[in-house]
Write a protein that binds this ligand. Structure first.
Ligand code: HXC
Length: 517
């Protein structure tokens, strides 16, 4: 009896030692040679020192049942849990040194176990992806295994934060798990994501293209919008994940942790009184306002390279995490276009799902005109943002900084779509459309018959500006709760958040709404 137990222990230790070596020294050297860390090194960097607890270290795939020694201990993925800034997170990290990190049945079962645990205990799940995709030898079992993960991604959506780091290949149907999660991080030069790789592209459309050009980090950060964050290497990527986690609650029943950055709530910034240029046609940088009002001037921008005409990200006010959405007049004059609408809508929905109050800073001349936008679906995409705001029951506070025209005024969390507290700066211009367009429509005949067209138009424009280009009418109607001094913005926002602390959202009884996807 004693001998048998000892045998089991010896085998166990053997398997454990084997698992800890991953694919062995040569493959680890290859991994490092590509500028990538190993799966275990990544976990160590992500988590607080010494907090990692591993699950299923010797688990193998089903193919190895007959002789456990023949299996692949760990099955190409490392899973478990640990802490980030003292809070628990579940993790999995695919090990490219073991069969290219390919996903077979056992590998998937390990991932599913930590996903299930995340949902059960209510903590974020962070996946580090570095995989050749479905394990070819496992055939349809590996496809079924992906299905198991997709199902869990969807069921956990809006319940616990889900974060994906793409740190190597991610191809074929495998891309759909990360894209179902809340935030995707990619690493420059070493990661790529595509549904069909360069070889298929060559065969089907006879085009030569590299993996980097097809689905590298910058393609997804700037063009497709799939990547929310890009880092230049694994170390910086994992540091950014830690930063993000610190802004988030562990689950949808909790509030994000308070963090006191010792920044007085009544701090004023006189420079803000001069932020908006006197000439309404001039641009300025909205990020000046953002960094000025937030605690400790700390802001984590999401999708900072995509649809830069709108800014989304996390900061803190009075220690509390807020989600910030702001038009950026320095890029495309801050218009709402297809990409900006979709980017902001998804961000608003994330914040609403996880009890993060929304602060909206408005300077929007309208929706982007033109056939490209219309045929590209601006009606559908703009509706997403409208839907997302209206549906959001978290505290919603708006500051109209300058332009707020037409439908875009309404969409940007106006009072009319249930904004809770809506302020305007004295520089706010709230109207159905800009002065030139309005004058041209209202006084077309008069301007047309005038001997001096330009002067007639300019006069009518000036008249329109005097009547509509200010926040007074909106304030008189009660659509704006107060016109505030720019330098007081931080204090007014923090007070408004305090008031809305106990806001109760209405939940209509239905299976789910039908957001115009
Ligand atoms: C089994 C795999 C594998 C896979 C890689 N390996 N991908 N084993 N199944 N899918 C193994 C290789 O055989 C090799 O083993 C080791 O991993 C390292 O791979 P290399 O090719 O040497 O590495 P590298 O040159 O860096 O190339 C990486 C790669 C390439 C580009 C990912 O391996 C590759 O193209 N793999 C196949 C990718 C693929 O088509 N996957 C299926 C996608 S479709 P040895 O023992 O030689 O070191 C998919 C569907 C998902 O995933 C569906 C979800 C619904």
């Amino acid at each position: 009896m004693e001998t048998r137990e000892n045998d089991a222990l010896i085998i166990l230790e053997d398997l454990r030692a084997q698992a800890l070596q991953g694919g062995g020294a040569d493959r680890i050297a290859d991994q490092h040679g590509k500028g990538k860390l190993t799966a275990r090194e990544r976990i160590d960097l992500l988590l607080d020192k010494g907090t990692f607890e591993e699950f299923d270290v010797i688990k193998t795939g089903r193919g190895s049942v007959t002789d456990v020694k023949e299996g692949i201990p760990g099955d190409g993925v490392i899973t478990g849990y640990g802490e980030i800034s003292g809070r628990e997170v579940m993790v999995f990290s695919q090990d490219f040194t073991v069969m290219g990190g390919s996903l077979g049945e056992g590998h998937s079962q390990k991932i599913c176990k930590v996903m299930d645990m995340a949902a059960k205990v209510g903590c974020p799940i962070i996946g580090m992806n570095d995989s050749g995709g479905a394990r070819i030898q496992d055939g349809v079992d590996s496809l079924a295994a992906y299905g198991e993960i997709f199902v869990r991604n969807v069921k956990a959506s809006g319940v616990v934060p889900q974060i994906s780091c793409i740190m190597g290949p991610c191809a074929g149907g495998a891309v759909y798990s990360p894209s179902l999660t809340d935030f995707v991080f990619m690493v420059e030069s070493t990661s790529y994501m595509f549904v069909t790789g360069p070889n298929v592209v060559k065969t089907v459309i006879h085009k030569d293209i590299s993996s980097e050009e097809l689905g590298g980090a910058w393609i997804h950060a700037e063009r497709s919008g799939v990547a929310h964050f890009v880092a230049s290497n694994d170390i910086l990527c994992l540091r950014d994940v830690r930063k993000l986690i610190n802004y988030l609650p562990s689950n949808n029943a909790q509030r994000a942790p308070l963090l006191d950055l010792s920044d007085p709530s009544d701090r004023t910034d006189p420079a803000l009184d001069y932020l908006v240029p006197v000439d309404p046609g001039k641009a300025y940088d909205m990020s000046v306002l953002i960094y000025s009002i937030l605690d400790g001037a700390e802001f984590l921008e999401v999708q900072s390279h995509f649809a830069r005409n709108i800014i989304c990200g996390f900061g803190r006010l009075g220690g509390q995490t807020i989600g910030l959405v702001a038009n950026q007049p320095a890029v495309l004059a801050g218009v709402l276009d297809n990409d900006a609408s979709v980017k902001a809508a998804r961000f608003v929905r994330f914040c609403d799902a996880f009890n993060i109050p929304l602060i909206v800073l408005v300077d929007v001349p309208g929706f982007m005109p033109g056939p490209e936008q219309e045929s590209g679906g601006i009606i559908r995409h703009g509706a997403k943002l409208l839907y997302a705001f209206i549906e959001a029951t978290v505290p919603r506070i708006t500051v109209i900084v300058r332009k707020a025209y037409g439908g875009a005024y309404l969409v940007m969390n106006s009072k009319h779509i249930l904004g809770d507290i809506n302020y305007a700066w004295p520089s706010a211009e709230i109207a159905v459309m800009g002065p030139r367009g309005a004058a041209e429509i209202l006084y077309r005949k008069e301007i047309g018959t005038s001997p001096d067209h330009e002067k007639a138009l300019a006069d009518r424009e000036a008249q329109y500006r005097a009547t509509f280009e200010n926040p007074l009418v909106a304030a008189q109607r009660g659509y704006i709760d107060d016109v505030i001094f720019p330098h007081q913005t931080r204090h007014r926002l923090i007070r408004a958040l305090q008031l809305l602390e106990g806001k109760k959202g209405e939940e209509p009884r239905r299976k789910h709404g039908n957001i115009p996807l």
